[in-house]
Design a protein around this ligand. Structure first.
Ligand code: COA
Length: 234
């Protein structure tokens, strides 16, 4: 951690935050879990979030890239090797799920489970800990609502997920967040909404905020509409 954070000191960070409606993906997870339960697979949100990230990276390959130390080269990576920050008895480690772009949500769930078992046994290999092209940190499983993640060079971006919370919100007749116009016209009602914050940090030397914002909008569309997520999977 000391070495990679020291290397990150050269990165000029920009951080972009967003709120995401988790209502539909919670329901989607319950349905998938009911189907997978008999097979002995525990499905957390992470496999769905990782798949949504990979689908969004397909449209924004510059966020799945490595940048050279002297900034003369940016190498777009074909494989989405997604690091997952894990809190372990020996501290933070970031094992990598390889080639997420080729995997289903279930494949990712199996890989994540294997990495969690290996990490709690202290048996992760060098291969499992290297080659990451982008990473995600689910700090919300511990408790915080918001975190500014630190980009690990040579990667150019990283995401952090906050705690999913039930909050009162203005919604329309379908239970989705109401527009300002609807609220002004008195056509919205207040209802509980499942909400999570996401924050993306990127290396501002090579990535601009608009790119991160557009990537985040696409990612959010997959999380808020799991049917889109399912539709875009291979
Ligand atoms: N908000 C609220 N609850 C959450 C959540 C979130 N963002 N993420 C997970 N949970 C819930 C899960 O739904 C699960 O509860 P359930 O079984 O009742 O449904 C519970 O927390 C445990 O989830 P977990 O087993 O941790 O699975 P996961 O796949 O969501 O997360 C890890 C796996 C490895 C990411 C996580 O265990 C971890 O280590 N997080 C910490 C990362 C970290 O240290 N980041 C800081 C880096 S500087």
């Amino acid at each position: 951690m000391a070495k990679s954070m020291t290397a990150s000191l050269q990165v000029q960070h920009l951080t972009y935050g967003e709120e995401v409606d988790f209502t539909k993906i919670r329901k989607f997870r319950k349905e998938l879990q009911a189907a997978l339960g008999p097979k002995g697979i525990k499905l957390s949100y992470m496999p769905m979030i990782l798949k949504a990230t990979s689908l969004a990276l397909l449209q924004f390959p510059m966020l799945n890239a490595h940048v050279s130390h002297d900034l003369t080269e940016m190498i777009y990576k074909g494989d989405h090797n997604l690091g997952v920050a894990m809190d372990t008895p020996s501290g933070l480690i970031v094992p990598v799920i390889k080639r997420v772009q080729q995997k289903s949500i279930i494949d990712i769930a199996y890989d994540l489970q294997d990495l969690q078992v290996a990490s709690s046994a202290g048996k992760l290999t060098e291969e499992q800990l290297s080659g990451g092209t982008f990473s995600l940190s689910n700090i919300g499983s511990i408790g915080g609502t918001f975190m500014v993640p630190v980009v690990t060079s040579p990667n150019v971006a990283i995401g952090a997920l906050g705690r999913i919370q039930m909050v009162p919100s203005y919604v329309d007749e379908r239970g989705e967040r109401a527009s300002v116009d609807m609220i002004d016209r008195g056509q919205a009602k207040v209802a509980p909404l499942s909400l999570m914050t996401v924050s993306w940090s990127a290396d501002h030397r090579v990535v601009d905020g608009a790119t991160v914002g557009k990537f985040s909008n696409l990612w959010k569309s997959y999380i808020e509409n799991p049917s889109l997520l399912a539709m875009n999977m291979r």
